[in-house]
Design a protein around this ligand. Structure first.
Ligand code: NDP
Length: 306
């Protein structure tokens, strides 16, 4: 029987682990599919307070893990594959075989990259299609790539890739970028980036790997189809919360984010808390996730003391 089970190893999970360890809850944390979470596949983190010169996402997550382990958190490899929250103690199955019984559960499973849903995306996965520029950008040195999306992630990926590739197309479906002004400015000023506004992707082509994309640009109601020659096609169109296994028990919003009582991390089941991107459709920032992890651990401690 575990007092406090934490699922997920992003800023929310590790911050919860730091606080829960220091409160003597002897937390066990399962790292999930992507140990360290989304920040391990980003480049520089420039907006986390306390790092005036920025820090690499991986280094930051290594530090957070070390801090949690220092206070006694039991960090384990494993993926939560099922749960039973119908009665206490709550049960979570790890890797389809190990069942963990816990008095409290902090869900910090984050969110995963979305794909456009084109059949070609799956066909060319690993053969030119990627949702992680930092992971795969290296393969596209001096080649031509495209990034889809108009938010901060897309701009960040485009800028990162522009440092490796000879040219980057940024495919934006609207006539403006949604990214923060500083990122927009960097993209618009970069000599290697060409922004294709009002443009959608119809499909990809190529013998074995991606060799190009079929696009359509719609301006003033007129659609114009055209092709671009590319070697890599990167998706940066947002994320889907990793909440599927909790659906039978927890209230989710229409996008799948776990609903919490406003201003808390409490879900509809007492003793089950949700922190970070899996419960935050609004801000989705590392610092907010860390704050939510802190709140979840304090709430778990108070719940156990009641
Ligand atoms: P966002 O939801 O902010 O942006 C998604 C982008 O993808 C939008 O431009 C959207 O277009 C586009 N898009 C969505 N679906 C499709 C589709 N089917 N076809 C084409 N385009 C599509 O996601 P991000 O991942 O960029 O950012 C998430 C959060 O994380 C934000 O709050 C962001 O500020 C933050 N973030 C901050 C960073 C930083 O500060 N350094 C870095 C990365 C993320 P449309 O605008 O038309 O809806």
């Amino acid at each position: 029987m575990i007092k406090c089970l934490i699922i997920g190893s992003g800023p929310a999970g590790y911050t919860a682990a730091i606080y829960a360890s220091r409160a003597n809850l002897a937390p066990v944390l399962y790292e999930g599919i992507q140990p360290g979470g989304q920040l391990t596949i980003t480049t520089e983190v420039e907006n986390f307070p306390g790092y005036p010169n920025g820090i690499s996402g991986t280094a930051m997550m290594d530090d957070l893990k070390a801090q949690a382990v220092r206070f006694g958190a039991d960090v384990r490899r494993g993926i939560a594959t099922a749960c039973d929250f119908s009665e206490k103690p709550y049960k979570v199955t790890i890797d389809g075989k190990t069942e963990i019984a816990a008095e409290t559960v902090i869900i910090a499973t984050g969110a995963s990259a979305k794909y456009l849903g084109l059949p070609d995306e799956q066909k060319y996965i690993g053969l030119g299609v990627s949702a992680c520029a930092t992971c795969d950008g290296f393969f596209y040195r001096r080649k031509v790539v495209a990034v889809v999306g108009g938010g901060d992630s897309a701009c960040e990926e485009a800028i990162y890739l522009a440092g490796l590739a000879s040219k980057v197309y940024l495919i934006v479906r609207k006539n403006y970028l949604r990214a923060s002004q500083i990122m927009q400015d960097r993209v618009m000023k970069h000599p290697n980036i060409e922004v294709l506004f009002n443009t959608n992707t119809l499909g990809l082509f190529g013998e074995e790997c991606v060799e190009g994309a079929h696009l359509v640009r719609t301006t003033a109601g007129k659609a114009e189809k055209f092709d671009i020659a590319i070697n890599g096609f990167f998706l940066a169109i947002g994320h889907k919360p990793n909440s599927d296994i909790f659906k039978p028990y927890l209230e989710l919003d229409e996008q799948g984010y776990i609903k919490t009582t406003w201003g808390t991390t409490r879900t509809n089941i007492p003793g089950i808390f949700a922190a970070g991107d899996v419960a935050d459709s609004n801000y989705r920032q590392a610092v907010v996730a860390a704050g939510m992890g802190c709140v979840a651990a304090i709430e778990a401690e108070r719940y156990l003391n009641q």
